[in-house]
Design a protein around this ligand. Structure first.
Ligand code: PLP
Length: 433
């Protein structure tokens, strides 16, 4: 039994109780506030740009469920679509027309995708894309970049090995070294290193997987030259280029980062926005590659709830809403207004600070320059970030509870909401200056 002392907030009580039955009290690690310290907020409801915690406090939310809430929380049309779908039954284990519709929409919107397979999480999407790349090429080795997150499949939980071009070390207990010995981890935005890797082992590389706009080491853009060279090298050596757009897809623009950069990957992983808050993710690409998937090809992959009708209804409605005229212009303006306002407020308090925004995604850094590598990002002032985070939380603004995460705005983050955030930041910067 948890003790309910009157001095404990409802959030404190819930956190204490959660830890009795759930490791760390959370079902996904970053929610636990381990990086910033303190008690995670237990959310009771959300609407538009806001959510409310168990103590009834309102927050302006800049996580948006880590991306999906792009049209704002509890959008009436999304909720209605979910209710209508649910009324017809929750899951059938047999195909539905809704799955065709969302597949057609994804193929129409994302330039490189000719065929697509629906799954239930981004982890499944990248894991399956890797398997397909390996199955299609008959090769084992994969290349990833330090700081990019691709879900928690074994062969992707890897950090760089001790030397350049040595194979990686697991970043999680329970991942055998044997499972990651095929994963080469390179520096993001480092062209010579990528060229070296292909020069020495190009004909054994099955694929390169990359976040073309990285959102899991704060926000870091790939340089156009880096992605262009990556595309050339993959083509030259017959390796599959996988863009992991689980986060940046439908977030930096309607056609994702691949449209923004004008680069065509062979396979793309999607998630987050395409489920509109319910579990939908996908991987897709060239038809000739996708035809290698079961049941017509030799690469196996499956899912009891894949293409779930309720989840697909939420996703499809979200994909319609983001195609309203001017949607991404508004989203981009909101993110830019936020970053500009925060930067000016920090400057007034003489705090080294800068920020960047790509579409509806933003990052801010307690450093003088916008980072372009994992190392530069890690060198930011974490101590100050943590004080800023908690200061803003007190002010009713919820940023990601770790310096290593990108932030997100929704279509409901109006100028007034952004300006309220900036005013709060001005007060907090003064306190932590
Ligand atoms: C979130 C994320 C994933 C994993 O998606 P889940 O749905 O959490 O499994 C994979 N890749 C990227 C780039 C992500 O941001």
């Amino acid at each position: 039994m948890t003790e309910h002392r009157p001095s404990m907030s409802k959030n404190d009580q819930l956190f204490a109780r959660a830890q009795q039955t759930t490791p760390g009290g959370v079902n996904s690690p970053v929610r636990a506030f381990r990086s910033v310290g303190g008690t995670p907020r237990f959310i009771t409801r959300a609407e538009g740009p806001y959510f409310w915690d168990a103590d009834g406090k309102r927050y302006i939310d800049y996580i948006g469920s880590w991306g999906p809430a792009i049209v704002g929380h509890a959008h009436p049309q999304v909720i209605k679509a979910v209710q209508d779908a649910a009324a017809n039954g929750l899951s059938f284990g047999a195909p539905t027309e809704g799955e065709i519709e969302i597949a057609e929409e994804i193929c129409r919107l994302v330039p490189s995708i000719e065929q697509v397979r629906l799954v239930s999480s981004g982890t499944e999407a990248t894991m399956s894309a890797l398997r397909l790349a390996r199955g299609a090429t008959g090769r084992d080795k994969i290349v990833k970049f330090e700081g990019c997150y691709h879900g928690h499949a074994d062969s992707l939980l890897v950090k760089a090995g001790s030397g350049l071009l040595t194979f990686g070390n697991p970043t999680s207990a329970g991942v055998p070294e044997d499972f990651v010995k095929h994963t080469l981890v390179l520096d993001y935005n480092n062209i010579p290193q990528l060229e070296d890797a292909f020069a020495s082992m190009g004909d054994t590389i099955a694929c390169v997987i990359v976040e073309p706009v990285a959102g899991n080491m704060n926000l870091i853009r790939a340089t156009p030259e880096f992605l262009t060279r990556m595309r050339e090298l993959c083509t030259e050596h017959g390796a599959v280029l996988i863009f992991d757009e689980v986060m940046c897809g439908f977030r930096v623009g309607l056609g994702g980062a691949q449209e923004m950069y004008g680069i065509t990957p062979d396979l793309t992983a999607l998630g987050k926005v395409i489920g509109g808050g319910l579990p939908v993710a996908a991987f897709g690409g060239r038809a000739e590659l996708m035809q290698k998937m079961a049941p017509i090809g030799p690469v196996y992959q499956a899912g009891t709830l894949s293409g779930n009708p309720v989840a697909v209804a939420a996703g499809m409605t979200t994909l319609k809403l983001i195609q309203e005229p001017g949607f991404y212009e508004r989203l981009g303006r909101a993110a830019e207004r936020l970053v500009k306002g925060l930067t000016e407020a920090a400057k007034e308090a003489d705090i080294p600070f800068c920020g960047d925004a790509v579409g509806g995604m933003f990052g801010f850094y307690f450093s003088h320059n916008i980072p372009s590598t994992y190392g530069q990002m890690m060198a930011g002032d974490k101590e100050r970030f943590n004080r800023f985070f908690h200061g803003m939380l007190d002010e009713g603004v919820y940023f990601a509870p770790a310096m290593f995460e990108a932030g997100f705005v929704s279509a409901q983050h109006t100028d007034a909401v952004i300006d309220e955030t900036i005013e709060a930041a001005r007060r907090v910067f003064k306190r932590i200056g």
